[in-house]
Design a protein around this ligand. Structure first.
Ligand code: NAD
Length: 364
């Protein structure tokens, strides 16, 4: 294993820079334990890039992202840029990175730290130990299909989108989900609407066609309406879920809520060659930016995913995840977390210090 890895850090806007700074420190410390040096460069994306360069995704940022082993992103957006036309907003920078890097596979784990079981919108016994991985196709489906638009004919307005998948798009996301299931408990549920939509009948057919290549994975299929219901009824029945762009968008938010806090949820977006972009699920949280109130744990867990999926350093990932769990188990809480009291409320910095303490010394 090369002992140098290159990371592009894109802090972005709002609380993005606040959670990125300690995340980089944690990443350096975790990598050093494996004798690996991280070279971290920084770039502009989102609102800060609009202010500095007049575009949410400067060409230099995309080029640096393509050259790096992995990209870490904080968050983009905020009220300051909301008056801009849709095509010029900070979020366009994010979409441009996903497209430019061909990040077709979006992984969103919904993992409930035992110490936070009471924070879920479901009863603690239904979610204690919850560990689901949703694999969402990110660059195709109805969000990108053509034709699309709104037309007016005979005084009637008509809005339309196209739900389209090619077999190769289905096959590559399904293969990545089968491989992830092999590394977990070996169960994969493919979610579609094959009883109504032809495109998702093709989805089901392609998933079945390649299932024979993964005899150690137990494959099941579920219609999306049933999956939504099952996720809030008995979520622990799932291990890995694979689905298309729109269904994945919706189901991953449902699964996220089961874990109780937006400030805890990491994500990874991967390309075919294993390179990826890692970011917390939350946004730039302008309401708390600059107040030392941001929970940095989603960003830290995104760093753990980066070590696991792009840098080939699963031990470093486990070390960070264990440090986060130990920090929560020891009672440390930022304001957004269940169980926060005047006595245990941490700032962004003190929470980060607690995690760093658990990582480097085993305790604080
Ligand atoms: P948000 O996720 O920024 O905030 C929603 C709520 O959760 C807020 O009350 C916020 O204070 C809280 N919150 C979020 N992250 C937190 C954390 N780490 N610690 C503690 N509390 C946290 O969503 P929003 O308010 O709908 O959007 C704000 C801006 O972020 C918008 O401009 C939006 O477009 C953008 N956004 C960006 C991304 C991204 O960069 N990936 C994702 C979602 C929203």
């Amino acid at each position: 294993m090369s002992n140098t890895k290159s990371i592009l850090a894109l802090p972005g806007d709002g609380i993005g820079p606040e959670v990125m700074t300690p995340a980089i420190e944690l990443a350096h410390a975790a990598a050093a334990m494996d004798g690996v040096t991280l070279t971290v460069s920084e770039g502009l994306v989102g609102g800060c890039a609009i202010d500095a360069e007049g575009t949410p995704l400067p060409a230099a940022t995309l080029a640096a992202a393509k050259a790096a082993d992995a990209v870490l992103l904080g968050a983009v957006g905020g009220p300051r840029w909301e008056a801009l036309p849709m095509s010029e907003r900070p979020e366009k920078g994010l979409l441009g990175l996903r497209q430019g890097l061909e990040l077709f596979s979006n992984l969103r784990p919904a993992l409930l730290a035992p110490a936070l079981a009471e924070a879920s919108s479901l009863k603690a016994e239904l979610v204690a130990g919850l560990d689901i991985l949703i694999v969402r196709e990110l660059t195709g489906g109805i969000y990108f299909g053509e034709p699309r638009g709104v037309t007016t004919e005979n005084n009637e307005r008509k809005g339309f989108n196209t739900y389209v998948y090619h077999d190769w798009e289905i096959e590559r996301i399904a293969r990545s989900a089968f491989e992830l299931a092999q590394k977990r408990s070996g169960r994969l549920c493919s979610v579609d609407k094959a009883n109504v939509l032809e495109v998702t009948q093709l989805w089901r057919d392609v998933v079945n066609e390649i299932a024979g290549d993964y005899p150690d994975v137990e494959l099941s299929h579920m219609y999306v309406d049933n999956a939504a219901m099952q996720l809030v009824r008995t979520p622990k029945q799932f291990d890995v879920i694979v689905t298309g762009n729109m269904f994945g968008d919706i189901l991953s938010d449902v699964a996220a809520m089961l874990t109780g806090s937006l400030g805890m949820l990491p994500s990874a977006s991967l390309a075919a060659d294993g390179r990826g972009m890692y970011e917390p699920v939350h946004g730039s949280a302008p309401d708390i930016a600059g107040k030392e109130l941001a929970n940095p744990l989603a960003m830290f867990l995104s760093v753990a995913m980066m070590f696991r999926y792009s840098l080939g350093m699963p031990e470093a990932a486990v070390r960070i995840e264990a440090a986060v769990s130990a920090t929560l188990a020891a009672g440390h809480r930022t304001a957004d977390l269940h169980g926060v009291t005047a006595d245990n409320q941490e700032t962004t910095s003190s929470m980060a210090a607690a995690v760093m303490g658990h990582l480097t010394n085993g305790a604080r």
